[in-house]
Design a binder for this molecule. Structure first.
Ligand code: FDP
Length: 337
């Protein structure tokens, strides 16, 4: 690796993304998102010293108890992206309604949907956390935006990515031309290119799922997960189980080494847990751009027509061959030998 790897801005200048509003505007938005990540990385590093752990006592639109860090992360996204002038609408897993940003005379060509802090159960135990973002275009920037403008299929995303707050902070994103990972050097204050042209292996040896929910799953899902545990040396089984409780961390592991993450539907909750617009779509774009696959078990994630902002979907994501196997079981095409 070069001693002076490219920063995000240098990378985007060398590989300009398709930009709606003239050169630089998507780059400006991605830079602003980068600033959000740096700010959160700083806060998370010393959250235990700053009375930032624990819950606020409120419940969010998803019916989940709000952690102080969820709220801080959400406010950081909103504050930084609102003043940037290129985001016309901001929608978050933590807010019932989107924030529409009106900046007179300055068309705001993009909408950003985000999960400000992914893996919230990890906040108080110093385990990995993430943030996820999805960027879509405002087709007609001269028209005011409304809620329905945010309900776009994942194939409409112009860019998507995540921050992983682990031993190091990483920004991984795609603008539709491959997946690039940058590691934050806190001393330099810049993200620097550390993972160029990321490609997920077509098959892995790891599965990530909350197996405590096993009894709630439909038969096909149970049989698929059972199949991963049968011993078959030639087929590379049994797979190893690795589940961190943070979608970003688990999918990042798969991007590097292959395998599969599942948050499946349950018999009494077929829609699953994860949110289409804030989690499934952006992670699906990243993984597909790296050569992987993302599905509900029945349908490609990126082809789902959203009906509402906080819509949930089952998510099965990772190495293409592993996800295809899971789909076969879920669709009843494969039987457990
Ligand atoms: P969390 O609710 O803690 O923010 O976003 C949802 C998510 O975490 C994923 O990051 C994670 O993979 C999953 O939910 C964990 O849910 P369970 O605790 O039900 O396993």
């Amino acid at each position: 690796m070069s001693q002076h790897p490219l920063t995000v801005e240098q990378f985007l200048m060398a590989h300009p993304p398709a930009s709606l509003a003239g050169a630089g505007s998507l780059t400006a938005l991605l830079s602003a998102i980068g600033l959000v990540g740096k700010t959160l990385a700083r806060d998370l590093r010393i959250a235990g010293l700053l009375n930032m752990l624990g819950t606020t006592g409120d419940t969010n639109v998803q019916g989940e108890s709000v952690k102080k860090l969820d709220q801080i992360a959400n406010e950081t996204f909103i504050e930084v992206l609102q003043r940037d002038g290129v985001a016309g609408a901001l929608a978050s897993e933590e807010m019932e309604k989107p924030v529409f940003v009106t900046s007179p005379g300055r068309p705001a060509p993009y909408m950003v949907l985000f999960d400000p802090l992914d893996g919230s159960s990890n906040t108080d135990v110093n385990m990995p956390l993430g943030s996820i973002f999805s960027i879509i275009a405002h087709q007609n920037p001269d028209e005011p935006l409304g809620d329905d403008d945010l309900l776009k299929k994942g194939t409409h995303q112009l860019a998507a990515g995540y921050f992983l707050f682990g031993p190091s902070t990483m920004l991984v994103f795609t603008t539709g031309k491959g997946v690039y990972g940058f590691t934050l050097d806190p001393n330099v204050g810049e993200y620097q290119l550390s993972h160029s042209g990321m490609k997920i292996p077509s098959r892995g040896k790891v599965y990530a799922v909350n197996e405590g929910n096993y009894q709630k799953w439909p038969e096909g899902t149970k049989r698929y997960v059972d199949s991963l545990k049968t011993v078959d040396k030639a087929a590379g089984r049994p797979y190893s189980s690795r589940y961190s409780g943070c979608l970003v961390a688990d999918v990042h592991r798969l991007l590097l080494g292959g395998g599969i993450y599942l948050y499946p539907g349950e018999v009494s909750k077929p829609e699953g847990k994860l949110r289409l617009l804030y989690e499934a779509n952006p992670m699906a774009m990243v993984v597909e751009q790296a050569g992987g696959r993302a599905s509900t078990g029945m349908t490609r994630i990126l082809d789902i027509e959203p009906k509402k902002l906080h819509q949930r979907v089952p998510l099965i994501i990772g190495s293409a061959n592993d996800v295809q196997d899971a789909e076969s079981y879920i669709q009843g095409k494969a039987v457990f030998a």
